[in-house]
Write a protein that binds this ligand. Sequence first.
Ligand code: ADP
Ligand code: MG
Length: 468
Amino acid sequence: VWNNCLEFIKDNIQPQAYKTWFEPIKAVKLTENALNIQVPSKFFYEWLEEHYVKILKVALTKELGESAKLVYIIKMENTYGNKQPYTERIPSTQRTAVKAQDVDVPFNNKNPELKNPFVIPGIRNIKIESQLNPNYSFENFLEGDSNRLARNASIAVANKPGGTSFNPLLIFGGVGLGKTHLAHAIGVDIKDKYPEKTVLYISAEKFTQQYIEAVKKNNRNDFIHFYQIIDVLIIDDVQFFSGKTGTQDVFFHIFNHLHQNGKQVILTSDKAPVDMIDIEQRLLSRFKWGLSAELQTPDFETRVSILRNKLYRDGVEMPDDVVEYVAKNIKTNVRELEGAIISLIAQSSFNKKEITLGLAREIVEKFVKNTKREVSIDYIQKVVSDYFQMDINTLQSKTRKRHIVQARQLAMFFAKKYTKASLASIGSQIGQRDHATVLHACKTVDNLTTTDKQFRKYVDDLSKKLSM
Ligand code: ADP
Ligand code: MG
């Protein structure tokens, strides 16, 4: 079946594109109407979905009929070549083959959730999949001034999980600065050094979903029990817990149990504990027990080494001036830095253009345009007051009229969300209020967003306007 599909696709697209995007695919199995294909990376899969979903659909429908389905299996090859020090520490028989992740996607669903790989909690001796991505290693996490403390603390924790004063270890910092990477790296390294330890990586969001599910099924105790048998618990993006008191409660219990038993807890967050909103005090104080280490934006040198390392691992050559140009112009987010390089490679391979400074300029320009610029509080007030057709003075006034109060609270909420300004400074810029008022505004917006449909629409509309 797949060979027939390939024939068809080959006749209909550019030979170079065929070579790049279809030759590496392996057909794995066919069940009824679903063809399982294996692709080398998540990026690869996303690219196929974005660019070739139509032709894939046509080809497959021809073979299997209207109900044809395609299942991608993302197989991350172990990219550590023998040159990398990492592999030298592991005897090759022990080197775990990377788990294939099944992604069952309906056509044109761009954001598939990875399947929940969890075993039912409550049974002892279950094998827990660590959910770690071995590409996120310490070796691949380049050190610089911006991350030295966080990286070294992470290494210390990985060497002696539960045995340092960094418990919990909280890694915090802005989007795309490597929190998730570092959190995985700790787990990966622990699994390597202490294969008998049970390590679990989970996002705060998934943890919350599981908990809600458990409560629904009357399994709260099983849920707690499941987490209490873990040796190293890594929870990513704990800011997600904000406002979710049930989840915070259960996490508090689990945390205490693990901590008392010398188990290691690793957390990441987009904010420092002092700036976290709507997290119970007793949890915040636990967060501060260990070490909070910040990831800052990397300096130019570090950005260059991150790019060089990535190119080296992907086996791609790129002129120095191009690498430096990209590193110079994309400053605040490592994910975007990598994204620009990937586009550059893709563009050049598609159009058979050489990777030149000129091409880099085109691509970087697009990236910089698309990335969110830092918006100012003035700008936020302008957008919000325009949206509600009032002027800024009204928005800032002392009136208690409901719709004006709401507009003001929204402005405060977005100022908190989109700027780095402190609560106090937001308050003083939006109508001379104090920091408690701003905090209250943020909570109110959070609450109303979940309970009030109309209000939710305001928030969505404004988010769109502000991120344009
Ligand atoms: P966050 O979780 O903070 O949003 P991620 O951990 O997802 O960020 O990092 C975004 C991307 O940047 C990942 O691909 C990661 O590998 C890469 N990255 C971030 N910092 C570094 C670094 N110091 N060295 C190498 N890669 C990095
Ligand atoms: Mg992350």
